[in-house]
Write a protein that binds this ligand. Structure first.
Ligand code: PMT
Length: 402
């Protein structure tokens, strides 16, 4: 959330003290928070509290010379990535709906092009008043975001709807809107594989590798955020699957193959970030193999190469593979691109520090079947996932134009 600015408008209600917690939580998320307080809000909380929490001057008066010019109303309106009004009284909602701009807060909201989130808090009867409800409807229709108040015992002693929504809900909504990605994958079906596979030797032992699933999960999460319908086919991992996608868990390479094939035909994009085991024991013991003084020899047979099979079956899908190498990575990676009939390959040298298995970061070279090559610097897997999706989007667009 670095480099994001939220303008927080605080209006006069007892819930103004909760805006301090909101400001503090947003600041802790790395967001610059500029607070504007109405005159009534200052009756409940002193501007100094917000100034201390945000480390920024607090705007309170249109006509008072600002401490710095970047908090003058037009500057704040332009600076805002998001405008939050919490708590919002019936008065400020009415003013915005009617187009009245007569103080620092209402003029700044009117001048902003940023998304505006309004969290009302007021007495139940006021909230249910048809005029307030009409104003909320008018603003919702114009694209303003509302966070409904909660029900409970209000400061005036009444019980009902009107309490400021939970601070967690408000902060989450702000972070969600700030993190919003372009919906450029809407209507696209993306299948991602992630993690290792396990090949049993006996009921208690298996062959596997160090894949954590982080790379594949980051790709699935990024694709969901960009509007895709995502199917994540995952080997055993310890990380939480991203929200908003269908996750299918598998154990062996054969199981991964079966699931991938099932979902391949209707996919627009298939990304194979998983590290499936190339080999499986020729013989799986049905009881625990006993220790043997002479050692143990296990004969392995080759598993299916899932990606190669997908390359053979490919019709309209954009097929993207990874290559995990420890030396000569470009040469070996390019060979895989060709042999497996891929549209693009992401080559990582997993012998390098902070690259590949288990890390939160990765460093890859992208090579497309056209020969186009791009070496990306070391970055977080989450960031990298979006860069890979940007490249795949170009491939999808090229395909649409053919
Ligand atoms: O999971 P993380 O800890 O985040 O680590 C990320 C990663 C290192 C696993 C990832 O960046 C990566 O490199 N994934 C591919 C790992 C791999 O199996 O590479 P490979 O060069 O052996 O295989 C080439 C391609 O064939 C891969 O897309 C792989 O998914 C696929 N493959 C491999 C074997 C097999 N039997 N079937 C396959 O489809």
């Amino acid at each position: 959330m670095m480099n994001k600015t939220v303008v927080l408008g605080v209006t006069g209600g007892i819930a103004a003290y909760k805006a301090c917690e909101i400001a503090s939580r947003l600041v802790k998320s790395g967001i610059e928070v500029n607070v504007i307080m109405t005159r009534s809000a200052q009756e409940f909380v002193r501007p100094l509290v917000f100034q201390s929490l945000t480390n920024r001057p607090v705007a309170t008066d249109m006509f008072k010379e600002p401490v710095t010019w970047d908090i003058e109303h037009i500057s704040l309106a332009k600076k805002a990535d998001l405008f939050l009004i919490a708590p919002a009284t019936a008065n400020i909602i009415g003013k915005i709906a009617a187009g009245i701009a007569d103080d620092m807060l209402s003029t700044t909201v009117m001048a902003t092009k940023a998304p505006v989130v309004i969290a009302p808090a007021m007495n139940t009867a006021m909230y249910n008043n048809v005029i307030v409800q009409r104003n909320i409807q008018t603003l919702s229709d114009l694209g303003y975001h509302f966070i409904s108040p909660a029900e409970g015992r209000l400061a005036c002693g009444d019980t009902g709807i009107g309490k400021l929504a939970d601070v967690d809900i408000i902060v989450e909504k702000v972070l969600e809107l700030l993190d919003q990605q372009p919906q450029d994958y809407k209507g696209k079906k993306v299948v991602v594989t992630a993690g290792p596979t396990r090949e049993a030797l006996d009921p208690v032992r298996y062959i596997s590798n160090h894949s954590s699933g982080k790379m594949g999960y980051s790709l699935a999460e990024a694709a969901v955020k960009r509007g895709a319908e995502v199917i994540l086919i995952s080997g055993p991992t310890h990380i939480k699957p991203p929200c908003g996608c269908q996750t299918i868990f598998v154990t062996t390479t054969e199981e991964m193959y079966q699931e991938v094939i099932k979902h391949y035909e209707n996919a627009d994009v298939l990304i194979k970030a998983a590290a499936p085991s190339d080999y499986t024991p020729e013989f799986v013991s049905d009881h625990k193999i006993k220790k043997n003084k002479e050692g143990l020899t296990i004969k392995l047979k080759l598993n299916k190469d899932i990606l190669k099979e997908l390359g053979r079956l490919k019709k309209k899908q954009i097929l993207v593979g990874f290559a995990a190498e420890t030396d000569n990575e470009l040469e070996y990676g390019k060979k895989k691109l060709e042999e497996k009939n891929l549209d693009m390959i992401c080559i990582n040298n997993v012998a390098q520090e902070n690259v590949g298995f288990g890390y939160d970061t990765n460093k890859i070279t992208l090579v497309k079947k056209t020969g186009e090559e791009k070496s990306l610097p070391l970055m977080s897997k989450k960031e990298l996932a979006n860069m890979i999706l940007d490249e795949i989007k170009d491939l999808l667009m090229e395909q649409d134009h053919i």
